[in-house]
Design a protein around this ligand. Sequence first.
Ligand SMILES: [Ca+2]
Length: 627
Amino acid sequence: MRPKAFPRTLVLVALLVQAGLAQINDNFNDSFLDPRLWTVLVSPPGQAGTVSEINQRLEITLGPGLGSTGIASVCQFTGDFDVQVDYILLNWPATNLHSVRLGAPDLGVGPGGGIGLNRSSFPNGLSGEFYLLALPNADPQMATTQLSGKLRLVRTGATLSGFAMVGTTWVPIGSGPVSTAATHISLDLGAGSSTAQGGVSSAFDNFQTNAGTVSCACSPLIVEPALKQFFPPWGSHTYDDAATWATTGQKTTIARWGCHLTSAVMLINYQASQQGNSFRSDPDDLNTWLEAHSAPYKSSGSVWGPDVQLYVKQKTNGSLGVFYQGLIDKQDDFVLDSYLCANNPVILQVPVAGSTHFVLATGQTIVNGRSTFKINDPNYNVADLSQGSYNFRYLGIREYSASRTPPHALLISGHSPIEFVATDPAGNETGFDPTTGTHFSQIPSSSYATDSILDDIDPLSGDTTPVVKNLEVLAPLSGTFNLKVFGTGIGDFTLDFVAHDINGNESVQSLTGSTIPGAIATFAIAYSSAVGSTVSVTHIVTFNTLAADVGVARAAGLIHNNGIVNSLLQKLQAASVAVTGGEVNTAADILGAFVNEVFAQAGKHIDATAVNLLTSDVAALLSSLGA
Ligand SMILES: [Ca+2]
């Protein structure tokens, strides 16, 4: 693909500041636990516990007996920190022997249990319902009747303080000396007695970092076997139906184009190994499946995460957890660290010779005092991003984890010369508007990125898979999406609309058109996640937008004189007046005369691209008029 749209200086600035800015905040509103932020604390064998992000919060239940469950942060707080969380006691009999805790599990254990601030319920000689700050050498307490509230832990130097919100005031529960070691933060529900009853439940909400710096250092993952795209037998086999898009003389083997494919296979096999699943993939098998099932793969060789997820689901009957979490179109070390620390290798888009290549990220490392990432490179013999042409850089992350995500998704693939912006049914926007130079990423779990692969055998040839702009939305709202398509050059474009329903079933609609710089085309996309739904796209044209396209075509020199422009605009004006007067058939006749004039001037005073643009506009307008 072309060099990415962000300057290198921005990448360097991002690297310099990221270590101090990363923070952990979560409102638990999206019904799946973010694997970049949290890992689930497994309850002890024999004890039933559940941890679920539902009802816009994190709900925890615990069976009878001694033990606890909950979540812990993937990364650790170093130095001073200030964190808080809301809690709600859902099923909480009197003196039930349980505690809800905002914990700092790496700071040790004291007389009141693991270090942290508790909302506890057990006979303590006082009320039996109280807050308790577990410190290494003390466990200060305060009686309470609150069934919901806020817990806060603050470490300043070697002093840890706990606060509970009463009314609108943070009331200190206690304070005392504590280790300055880096610590994870946990949110858990636990019982300190083997006679504790079951069925106790509580919830957390709105975890917030008020101050502090997190470190995500952790051990590299061992991803074996390390596959190469050129290995036999698959290396010499055909990549998808590359023959349909390859230009004359371009070779079509997996050895050339299979970097993303092979990275995905290594990722799948690592998760299978970790999860004790006997399934193993190879590039031939994934290639064959994608060729048969994936529209983005067939049209441009683009490996799309929701299709990889669906492959794993179908091949393993749902027994293996490999879930696509989305795309980040920039270097973001905090996100990458978080995935790797949670034992989730992810796929990186990396720069090569003015285009891009894909590798699997497997861990953190430090080279020449500089933090970077270890990789399994499916083509080059390099071990980390300090080597090869990467220069410590990557351009984007394709995120996958073992945690479940909703399977429904929407992909809009645009083949140049266009950029586009989508608006979801709630009015959020994602995409790029070249007329103002504005990037949008308001739609939840959305991204807008360029996808392409450079020939890995002859990188200097500059040959690539088709360069596509991919706008993806994971777990999209059902309803009508609006798409604005901006022309950035003179020529034809194709738009592929790929939709997955809640079962992952894929439906596709493709549209073609012509555009010129300054032209803006609008489409309405009807999307539903309901099983069996198919995506449906309508080109929206009004008299005003058609008149605008006439003006744009004249400005681009594709209509050669103003006399023709005036004649065309007069016809539009007359047709518009006819529609206003309810004379749709008259309007259709006038629009027919408009088309006849355009065709009469085709190749004379109106160039082919403008002919295509204006006549397809009229067709869409007639359709919307019901004429
Ligand atoms: Ca919430």
